[in-house]
Ligand binder design. Structure first.
Ligand code: FE2
Ligand code: FE2
Length: 481
């Protein structure tokens, strides 16, 4: 069979020859009804009978892999898609550097691999749960469609991880697959596995921040797993990255459009001080200081997803050939890291200092640094919009010590500039740096649905280009009433 094209003849579209892999097909078909139940309970609230202009993967050829058409979300063909197998691929790092990549799970790494796949898998449905109420307040049909595109693809990413569990991990893989449908974002008894995926996504600015900052953590994790010596995991993650790019596009352009609209409104009203929050809010747009607070929140929550700066788990996974570095194969070194060091930010005698640590145990820190660098690109774009409008204010990433729950800085408080402060000061001032309930109420007051074709809410600019070369006034969702 041609691995580029996807077989749509089985109930579960795939390019892994499921029609000849009866046991796995049966397991997946057995899991399917529970998935649909989950989608109905925890997927987008409403709109299930609406026609949404969605892309569906029909190939894994990077030159052309998606088809756009009107689809009802429950009819979306969630499938199993792996990037084509690279001939003679070798493990690109760790103690097994240069040996042939594994096509089956090596016994000694079974538990680690399963844990990493389950953690990745758990984030996918979690974000759908977090975003399930947003359809009711979408600022346009274009945005509504983008939300649903992200949601169905996160659903597909869950399928991708469940396939690996069911095909390669036998009975405990099947049990883990069921557990992935049982946990719920924010649930007190049975929460999702990672902190940021139990937070609320109460409004559309949060959604854009989430897709920019938290989906980007996903991108970094997928890149590291795409290097894995376990070839099926590598191929799975490589194809997920193709879809993931759109999620971050939604975040980056979403924030751009909010910033754009705010700047335009301030200019039109002759406002010279962008920090005059009351005046700006009276225009029905979101002031830049509040955007900065939302950014501070989502960036710091996302940093926590990288785990402790110094981690023996990370070192073991690297040594074993299970999880590599961001763009491992493009790095010019020995890919074993036995003798190298990496600078890590640490808290030493009450001061934030950079200390050289063995590079192997510092892999989380390195990935987090790569992530922060990747985040900067969006800020440059947003700040350019602000500068072009003539305002002397900039959005900035807060210091990595700011508002952390995990790692070196979890027990201290720091300002966004990285100045250590005591509890009392933090409690007094945190409302300057993180969204307060008043900020939340103001944003919520703007979240009124706009469902007329080609019309956009007061607080956000139309996109520069539409989806699939369609214009901004295309009917991206045909809402069933
Ligand atoms: Fe995903
Ligand atoms: Fe995503």
């Amino acid at each position: 069979m041609n691995f580029m094209n996807v077989d749509y003849s089985t109930k579960i579209p795939n390019n892994v020859n499921l029609s000849e892999d009866r046991q796995v097909l049966k397991a997946l078909e057995g899991w399917h009804p529970g998935y649909i139940d989950w989608w109905n309970d925890m997927g987008p609230d409403g709109f299930q009978q609406s026609l949404v202009y969605l892309r569906t993967a029909y190939s894994v050829d990077p030159r052309g892999w998606a088809k756009f058409d009107y689809v009802k979300m429950p009819d979306y063909r969630w499938g199993i898609l792996l990037a084509p197998q690279e001939e003679n691929r070798v493990i690109p790092f760790g103690e097994n550097f240069g040996q042939p990549a594994w096509q089956e799970v090596p016994g000694e790494h079974r538990a680690t691999l399963r844990r990493l796949i389950v953690i990745q898998g758990d984030t996918e449905p979690a974000s759908v749960e977090q975003q399930r109420h947003l359809g009711k307040t979408a600022p346009s049909l274009y945005d509504l469609r983008n939300l649903f595109q992200v949601n169905v693809e996160e659903g597909r990413h869950l399928w991708a991880m469940v396939y690996l569990l069911q095909k390669y991990f036998g009975r405990d893989g099947r049990e883990e697959a069921d557990e992935l449908l049982r946990r719920r974002s924010g649930d007190a008894d049975s929460p999702r596995m990672l902190g940021a995926f139990n937070e609320a996504t109460p409004d559309w600015l949060s959604f854009f921040m989430f897709t920019y900052f938290t989906d980007r953590d996903g991108k970094m994790q997928l890149h590291s797993l795409a290097q894995s010596g376990f070839d099926p995991l590598s191929r799975t993650c490589r194809f997920m990255l193709t879809e993931e790019a759109h999620h971050m596009f939604v975040g980056e352009t979403g924030i751009s459009r909010v910033v754009q609209r705010t700047c335009e409104a301030m200019k039109a009203a002759g406002i010279s001080d962008p920090e005059d929050v009351a005046k700006v809010r009276a225009l029905g747009v979101i002031d830049l200081p509040t955007i900065q607070k939302k950014l501070n929140l989502h960036y710091s929550l996302s940093l926590d997803l990288f785990g402790s700066e110094v981690s023996t788990n990370a070192a073991n996974a690297f040594n074993a050939g299970i999880k590599g570095r961001y763009k491992e194969t493009a790095i010019d070194d020995d890919h074993r890291l036995q003798n190298s060091t990496y600078p890590v930010l640490k808290l030493i005698n009450g001061e934030i200092k950079r200390v050289d640590e063995p590079a192997l145990t510092a892999l989380n820190m390195r990935l987090r640094d790569d992530y922060s660098q990747d985040c900067v690109k969006g800020l440059l774009r947003w700040n350019k919009i602000i500068a072009l409008a003539g305002y002397d204010i900039r959005l900035e990433l807060p210091n990595v010590a700011f508002h952390r729950q995990i790692g070196e800085f979890r027990d201290i408080h720091a300002t966004p500039d990285g100045v250590l402060i005591d509890d009392a000061t933090w409690n007094k001032r945190k409302g300057e740096w993180l969204p307060s309930s008043d900020d939340g109420d103001f944003i919520a007051s703007l979240m009124k649905p706009v469902t007329e074709t080609g019309v956009y809410a007061s607080w956000i600019s139309p996109p520069k280009v539409g989806i699939d070369n369609k214009p901004g006034d295309f009917e991206y969702v045909k809402i069933e009433t």
